[in-house]
Design a protein around this ligand. Structure first.
Ligand code: GCB
Length: 625
């Protein structure tokens, strides 16, 4: 097939970003040479967004896999990249040939799905697994083809028909590679190496309180587009406005200068704009639309057209701002009745990945009475955001800059910026998302402040319409009765997120009765974590650790304390459902689960669920959202 688009011949492509220094060190010589030799080429393109609005072919299902703890499919015995690694998918040609692997007789794993929860022997596995999918394809004229991964944890190398397409780092954001030139008529062999080894310089780093689920954890698909197509767009209300849409549309391909049209048929809006030589057009027009809110989560069909391309999306329009200690949704003060959620699958454990998982988790959250969820501690799958959009649940979305990141390492910053960019790229058109959060419980210090300020600047450049936050800590002043919020990062965020565990890590439940809160900032406070641990069904008195009664007691005293904070504008208990964590071994109680869920991993509601539910019912009576 003839090359289409402004194709640059090049070597290894990072999917939607550039190589970071770690990769350069680790793999520059080996992989670079290897791919130059194999002649890999791909077009540099950013993340494809709204892939459901395009023609796609799912590659989900069973994939053949090879477990490779020593990475012998990648390195030779001198630990040099091996030009004949497993990605060659070689077969013996004669009866004497020596080939020590065979995808086609190896075991299979389901995609999407983490590997840990699919086989008992993989539960604690951290390392490399190779995946292979064969697919048949017939090339089509005037069509470009991409392979799109919803997410793979953590470091992913992708090969098609023995040629390297590129590498992606980061376990929770999507990425894609163009394969217009490398796909063949007939059978194709897609090989993916996924490595979930934790690294000190990675994001997240070595220490987290969640399971390091590895593998192709989200959907994989082929995406077809015309030669020149709408590769991305930002269609939202202008910051501060309730009736003006401001954004942009970007084309990719050979005919970058053309007219594009944005239509919202239901509102009889049709506006045309001309793209520049780079395929970029700013869009700006008045639109009297029904505003999205939890009571009325109105989504409009929005159509973007250019030449032969046509993409359709469902977009809500709302305005979110902060003013003094207020959070304003469409100009009105709102209290965020929230709950934290991990991307853990209800009923079966493992990573959640489906629309059904999202509907279950968000359905429970709604039963609790929320209008807001904090999706911890990394970007969740797109179904969560899309369903939140439909259900009218506001979303806090964050990147895994968690605890003890290597603040001084430029490669770590670049990696975090890239993950932030991919999160915003995917979800920037979702009305539900009101807050981008930069970090969780990171220890104050100069290097950390410089790092997080760069992330904040980056986020504001990419999207000036949403609030910026981070979940921070607080400390006691003078005695243990006054909690002070004065993290210097508070200066740079719009909303102050704060985690505290009075009654669990910090004293007994009654301690909360004597704690008062002060802040240095005239900004809204969202209590982004509080809670206590109890496996469902363990009962005792209200001062016996691990019992549902103790957990309930913590909630009762917490809520009484929280009601006394004048600048509090949201609560997000930790958390909706129990989740796996290697840091929680206590036999018979935790069994490698963090049991702070208001609901067990089997869907059973604990006593504390009802305490929180009645608090939210009470709040809802006095508010409009
Ligand atoms: C926290 C962390 C969260 C943990 C939680 C806990 O402060 O932000 O990731 O899981 O505490 O249960 O200790």
């Amino acid at each position: 097939m003839k090359a289409v688009g402004p194709v640059k011949k090049s070597s290894v492509k990072r999917s939607s970003t550039i190589l970071n220094s770690h990769e350069i060190k680790l793999s520059f010589v080996g992989i670079f040479l290897l791919t130059v030799i194999s002649g890999a080429q791909a077009q540099q393109i950013g993340l494809l967004t709204n892939t459901d609005g395009r023609r796609t072919i799912s590659l989900d299902g069973q994939w053949r896999t090879i477990i490779d703890p020593y990475e012998s499919g990648y390195y030779d015995y001198r630990y040099q990249p091996n030009a004949n690694g497993y990605f060659k998918d070689a077969k013996p040609k004669t009866k004497s040939d020596l080939i020590e692997y065979d995808f086609d007789t190896s075991e299979s794993l389901s995609v999407p799905g983490d590997w840990n929860s699919q086989q008992e022997r993989l539960l604690f596995y951290e390392g490399t697994i190779w995946y292979k999918k064969s697919f048949a394809y017939q090339r089509k004229p005037n069509t470009r083809l991409f392979v799109y991964f919803g997410a793979a944890n953590y470091l992913t190398d992708v090969y098609l028909n023995g040629q390297k397409l590129g590498r992606h780092e980061g376990g929770f954001t999507p990425f894609n590679f163009e394969i217009t030139e490398s796909v063949r008529d007939g059978d194709n062999s897609l090989i993916v190496k996924v490595d979930n080894k934790r690294r000190r310089d990675a994001v997240p780093t070595l220490m987290t309180d969640w399971w390091n689920y590895g593998g192709l954890t989200r959907e994989v698909k082929l995406v077809e587009t015309p030669v020149t197509f709408v590769s991305d767009y930002f269609i939202q209300l202008q910051r501060g406005s309730r009736d003006r849409i401001a954004g942009w549309v970007k084309l990719n391909g050979t005919q970058l200068k053309q007219d594009i049209t944005v239509r919202i048929p239901e509102a009889r809006i049709s506006k045309s704009f001309a793209t520049d030589a780079n395929g970029f057009a700013r869009v700006n027009f008045e639109a009297g639309l029904a505003l999205w809110s939890p009571e009325n989560p109105k989504l409009y069909d929005v159509v973007i057209e250019s030449g032969v391309d046509h993409v359709e999306d469902q977009i809500g329009f709302r305005n979110i701002e902060s003013k003094g200690a207020e959070i304003l949704l469409n100009g009105k003060p709102v209290f965020l009745r929230g709950v934290c959620i991990h991307e853990e699958a209800p009923f079966r454990s493992g990573r959640a990945y489906s629309r059904e998982d999202a509907i279950t988790l968000l359905g429970w959250a709604r039963e609790l009475g929320v209008n807001f969820v904090r999706l911890a501690h990394y970007p969740h799958n797109e179904f969560m955001i899309r369903e939140a959009d439909r259900m009218g649940i506001m979303v806090w979305s964050e990147i895994p800059v968690y605890w003890t990141i290597l603040w001084d390492n430029p490669g770590t910053l670049e990696n975090a910026q890239n993950q932030l960019g991919e999160m915003i790229a995917r979800d920037k058109n979702r009305a539900a998302v009101i807050i981008w959060s930069m970090a969780n419980e990171t220890p104050p210090g100069d290097a950390r402040l410089a790092f997080l300020r760069k992330l904040i600047d980056h986020a504001r450049t990419l999207d000036g319409t949403r609030l910026i936050s981070a979940a921070m800590e607080r400390h006691y002043v003078k005695d243990t009765t006054t909690q002070m919020i004065d993290d210097p990062l508070g200066e740079y965020v719009d909303v102050f997120g704060c985690n505290e565990y009075v009654g669990w890590y910090d004293g007994l439940p009654e301690k909360a009765d004597g704690v008062d809160w002060q802040t240095k900032y005239q900004k809204p406070l969202v209590m982004t974590e509080f809670g206590a641990e109890a496996p469902y069904g363990l009962h005792g008195d209200a001062l016996t650790r691990w019992t549902e009664e103790y957990q309930e007691n913590v909630y009762l005293h917490q809520l009484a304390m929280l009601k006394r904070i004048p600048f509090l504008r949201g609560t997000c208990p930790w958390l909706l459902m129990d989740f796996r964590s290697p840091r929680r071994p206590l036999p018979g109680v935790q069994d490698f689960y963090n049991r702070k869920g208001l609901i067990s991993d089997h869907g059973q509601k604990k006593k504390a669920f009802y305490v929180m539910q009645s608090f939210y019912r009470e709040l809802q009576k006095h508010s409009q959202n």
